[in-house]
Ligand binder design. Sequence first.
Ligand code: NDP
Ligand code: GDR
Length: 370
Amino acid sequence: MKVALITGVTGQDGAYLSEFLLKKGYQVHGLKRRASMFNTDRIDHLYQDPHIENRNFVLHYGDMTDSTNLIRLIQEIQPDEIYNLAAMSHVQVSFEVPEYTGNADGLGTLRILDAVRLLGLEKKTRIYQASTSELYGKVQEVPQSETTPFYPRSPYAVAKMYAFWITVNYREAYNMFACNGILFNHESPIRGETFVTRKITRAAARIGLGLQDKIYLGNLDAQRDWGHAKDYVRMMWMILQAEEAEDWVIATGKTTPVREFVRMAFAEMGIELEFKGEGVEEKGYIKSCSNPDIQVEIGKEVLAVDPKYFRPTEVELLIGDATKANTKLGWIPEYDLQGLVKDMMTHDLKLMQKDQYLKKGGYVTYNYFE
Ligand code: NDP
Ligand code: GDR
């Protein structure tokens, strides 16, 4: 039985990857942070009672800023594969907590690599590092591939740049099987609620059901290459099964502005939007609704721009070239953008219908959106 350690097991990718590896017959160990409330919603369906012997899904407390914890866990677990997914992963928030981001995302990666070396596991343990298209930052060339130069534009991206190069360095210096997956944006129904796609699908569902009036967004012109997280975690595993340790771009090769994602999300409910105005004055209105089950007011303003969501430095355009992954590893994504939006909207409509039902019953429902 192969043994894997996943840092960031409670996150979007950690949850999908755990599910994927368990299906492959792995024993999966996950690193989770202590929180004042349970933070395991995404992996609750995988949870196994700690009193059961021979579990194949085991959670451990830990933190990327705590070297001794990481060394002890890796020594105990003796993993064949480590997937380093833990990170302060929100680009805008990284401008507010830059030092912590550097510590967890940058030095955290060094701590994992060095623990493996210190424990003499260089030959046994393969390491996947969650690198990112944010490394490309300010546009140098499109589409972006493994050979495109980096120009990071946030404390998050700079921390991830350190993580990228320390992974390459440990591979070259100590002959470790350590690889970067340079993943472009990937989303899903369990995407964090403050990333733009999930913020949009949740708000669209709430607006369609009369639970919310309006959504406020930042830069509607930013363009992203959005894929489905399920397709991307499969590739993380493939990267560690490859014959050689290398770095890989994972992307769909198509890019879409934020505004278009909004349009597609509302269209899933049969609502057509129209956008008027420019820059901070831009607004979105309901133009028509073809869905008899949805009661919305035609002409209502449902979207406005709030500059508080603008970033001090922005990444305007990402579009990835995954030719290497397609040809050398045979990776082909199953979802296109339409399929992704549908999956997210179906989920969030159901979720918000539950909220609607609870609200009618007089219960307080989750009402927090950023
Ligand atoms: P999430 O934000 O959903 O999950 C991040 C995970 O890291 C959570 O489990 C979080 O724990 C954990 N974490 C954060 N800080 C620490 C810490 N100091 N110690 C231990 N654990 C910590 O991210 P995703 O699943 O979307 O992304 C996974 C990885 O891939 C991240 O490294 C991200 O930067 C990177 N990435 C993501 C892309 C995407 O589009 N999703 C694209 C490219 C790269 P908690 O639940 O307690 O907050
Ligand atoms: P990103 O994702 O920064 O690309 O990082 P996010 O969804 O936060 O932003 C995408 C683009 O949308 C614009 N935007 C907004 N973003 C947010 N969050 N909220 C808004 O209201 C809003 N309005 C417009 C942003 O300015 C940006 O241009 C994600 C994370 O998962 C990283 O961890 C990962 O490395 C990269 O994707 C690849």
